[in-house]
Write a protein of this length. Structure first.
Length: 405
């Protein structure tokens, strides 16, 4: 996985950003291709693997959240850790069909021998000699420290140095001839803007929205690929199809179910009124868990729509009225039928109304928009309305819960 350079620390935030950098760099790399048979995957032979016209391009990524990450030099652990990875996978590669890329947000020193790696056609002989000299210096320093009983230096580089020195002269030169370094790469926060910048065929006003939706889709595909829910590689044709679908949705103002497969955070706590409504009708644990999940999804969906277009408030409010009317027809009839029932009977009747919102309402009530088919919005919106006491499950919910509003 993509490594964080010095300055980012080992925090969970830095690790998460590193993963997103890896995933979105793969997206940007695939967008840059103009060959239909290009395909990309992550966490296979390398951080990012790109296949184009029978050629393999492998990418080692070194991300940093630092505003000024240290320059890449012959002494950089990022370089030698990358060398170790590539030496280890050499038996699995056909070098003549492979290009190895070290991608870093850091810059190169102006007089660094590594500048030769910025051009695949540049001569590498002097660079290889300098790398051998540096690798040997590291091993000699450790040997000297060991002989004197001192702590061994260069622990973060020794494996790469040893691996490089284990190769023959020819193998070292051939490895470097297939190696390219890409310094000054955009950090993760800039990648979505870069994605938008590659959508040249779209009107400028559409590009940010398409880029945002494309990044969200890509994020899911990467997760699915790592979980085995889809093929490990994503082809350029699939990416192009998704871009076309997103553009079509935007042009037709189609609402997209953004939270159909999402889950609420583990620490999510809904408004207490949701629980009170269900408790009034003796709801079970499964009723609570489903209600909390769907309420979160619907609330998040509403928020996203409103943030994207404040005009959606009218659509949301009008649809709430539709939901309330369908509920009212059933609830008013239930109130009449259970007028003479005892408390247990009223609870059972109310529970049936509440479960109707989950089990039957999605197929009974029209969707919020043409083409919408995600059941969670109806299910969760009824819970949102229940929190506001605009609907309820018990025949006497308004009286029993009114003071708790």
């Amino acid at each position: 996985m993509v490594k964080q350079q010095q300055g980012a620390g080992h925090s969970a935030e830095a690790s998460a950003l590193g993963f997103y950098y890896q995933a979105f760099f793969a997206l940007l790399t695939l967008m840059r291709q103009d060959t239909d048979n290009a395909a990309v995957g992550i966490e296979q032979l390398d951080d990012v693997d790109l296949k184009v016209d029978g050629h393999n391009l492998l990418y080692q990524l070194k991300h940093s959240t630092s505003d000024a990450p240290p320059v890449i030099s012959l002494k950089s652990k990022a370089l030698w850790k990358t060398v170790k990875v590539w030496v280890d996978i050499l038996p699995d590669l056909t070098l003549s069909e492979t290009t190895l890329h070290l991608v870093t947000v850091a810059k190169l020193g102006l007089d660094s021998p590594l500048i030769a790696l910025t051009n695949l056609e540049a001569e590498r002989t002097e660079l290889v000699e300098a790398m051998v000299e540096e690798a040997q210096r590291v091993l000699d320093a450790r040997a000297a420290a060991s002989k004197m009983g001192k702590a061994l230096p260069h622990a973060d580089r020794v494996d790469g140095c040893s691996a490089f020195l284990s190769l023959t002269d020819t193998e070292r030169l051939n490895l470097m001839r297939r190696t390219v370094i890409q310094p000054g790469s955009a950090a993760v926060g800039a990648i979505e803007d870069n994605v938008a910048g590659h959508l040249k065929l779209l009107p400028p006003e559409q590009r940010p929205a398409v880029a945002m939706r494309l990044v969200e889709w890509w994020d899911r595909q990467i997760i699915y690929s790592l979980c085995g829910k889809r093929e490990r590689v994503i082809a350029r044709g699939e990416l192009q199809h998704q871009i076309s679908a997103i553009v079509s949705d935007i042009e037709h103002d189609k609402l997209v179910p953004d939270f159909e497969i999402a889950s609420p955070p583990r620490d999510y706590q809904p408004d207490g009124m949701l629980a009170r409504q269900i408790q009034l009708v003796d709801g079970k644990t499964s009723d609570f868990s489903k209600a909390i999940r769907e309420e979160w999804k619907a609330r998040e969906q509403r928020s996203k729509w409103l943030n994207g277009s404040p005009a959606m408030a009218v659509t949301i409010n009008d649809y709430d009225l539709v939901l309330e009317e369908h509920w009212s027809d059933r609830h008013s009839q239930m109130v009449e039928e259970c007028a003479e029932l005892d408390q247990k009977g009223k609870c059972q009747s109310g529970l049936e109304i509440m479960r109707w919102t989950h089990e039957n309402a999605p197929s009974t009530v029209r969707p919020i928009a043409q083409g919408w088919g995600a059941a969670y919005y109806i299910r969760g919106s009824y819970q949102v309305l229940a929190i506001d006491l605009k609907v309820g499950w018990h025949s006497d919910y308004a009286k029993l819960l009114g003071d708790a509003e």
